[in-house]
Design a protein around this ligand. Structure first.
Ligand code: CDT
Length: 353
């Protein structure tokens, strides 16, 4: 069977005042727990190493830049000084990880090179000891200018990051399931997007707000994706940004708003997993961070759109399940056999502004 044991590694809050080391220690503890439960792949949230800093207007550049990890062609994220111990720990346990981070990218190693900032995720292979694929968040939510109201929950991703420029590259993970290529057979020059072994799982990454947009999921679906990984930080109450109460006389209470945000979270990940006949691992940072509530909703979804495992707390929690990737085949061969059933001649509008 093409089975792979995966874990959603939900994180509880990480406060603005907390040093990186605290988060690393907690994340490494989750890795240890996963390893002792024979897990192969551990999925962490968006911007996992720090507080969700885009909720703050941060005029102090030193503080702002402190949330980012430096990356250059010669310095991949797993070597970046702040977070290197986390990747080294995953490698020592032979674990693969998906992890979100704030990327400060210098396209060359010269000190004069310009820096570009992205909201990114890396798929790191603990067996190969390297990043197999990087993803940069395409759908940045929020605004450029901060809301003036004191105490407002900000969402300044459009201010702090550039939109991702890597598209939606699906990739194959070697040596992950039966029938997969063995590590010794992996040719380092083979692009990750190309088939390696017949059985290698096909994986795609999304980040938070991306999960609300079917275009990303379908791009992966068209590449035969079997497993979509998505970390997020979703605020539990932000009436000016999220929710359906624009024309309602009576604004939603905090409780109602959180319930609706959780409902939409689940609606997006279950429907898109079903419509692309893939599993998905969806992982939040949860709880009260810097005085602002984040939803949990961490869940693992099967290709029929059913939630098969979910978090019970708003704290650090590992949700473990074994996936049989063969379960993706029925949907891909029947209802969502794209080659037979898609009607491209009717989709022109999708590529217009
Ligand atoms: N981090 C992120 O993308 N959050 C968005 C909410 C933005 S509006 C408050 C999300 O889609 O969950």
């Amino acid at each position: 069977p093409r089975t792979i044991r995966v874990a959603a590694a939900q994180l509880g809050p990480i406060q603005r005042s907390e040093p990186r080391q605290n988060a690393l220690t907690r994340m490494c503890a989750l890795l240890d727990k996963a390893a002792s439960d024979s897990v192969r792949l551990v999925v962490f949230p968006e911007l996992a190493f720090t507080t969700f800093f885009p909720r703050h207007y941060i005029p102090d550049n030193k503080e702002l830049h402190g949330y980012f990890e430096l990356e250059t062609p010669a310095l991949p994220i797993n070597e970046s000084p702040n977070v290197k111990p986390f990747f080294a720990h995953a490698e020592s346990l032979g674990l693969d990880v998906y992890v979100g981070y704030a990327e400060a990218w210098k396209h060359d190693d010269g000190s004069q090179a310009e820096t570009t900032y992205y909201n990114s995720a890396a798929y790191f292979s603990g067996r190969l000891g390297k990043v197999l694929q990087k993803y940069r968040k395409v759908h940045l939510p929020g605004v450029v200018e901060p809301f003036p109201e004191p105490g407002a929950t900000q969402q300044l991703e459009k201010r702090y990051f550039k939109n991702g420029d890597l598209g939606f590259p699906a990739f194959r993970v070697p040596d992950a399931v039966e029938g997969s290529l063995k590590l010794s057979e992996v040719n380092n020059n083979t692009p990750a997007t190309e088939a390696r072994g017949k059985g290698d799982p096909i994986v795609g990454m999304l980040i938070c707000n991306d999960r609300r947009w079917p275009e990303g999921w379908r791009s992966y679906g068209l590449q035969g994706v079997e497993l979509v990984l998505c970390g997020y930080n979703t605020t539990a109450y932000a009436p000016q940004l999220l929710g359906s109460d624009l024309h309602q006389q009576q604004p939603l209470t905090r409780e109602e708003a959180e319930k609706e945000i959780l409902y939409h979270n689940r609606l997006c990940v279950t429907s898109n997993s079903y419509m692309n006949s893939c599993f998905s691992v969806n992982v939040g940072k949860a709880g009260n961070e810097d005085g602002h509530d984040l939803i949990s909703g961490t869940c693992i979804v099967d290709p029929k759109g059913y939630v098969i495992a979910e978090a019970k707390t708003k704290e650090d929690e590992l949700v473990v399940v074994e996936l049989d990737l063969a379960a993706c085949q029925a949907g891909k061969a029947k209802t969502f056999d794209f080659g037979r059933h898609r009607r491209l001649e009717s989709y022109g509008l999708l590529l217009e502004r």
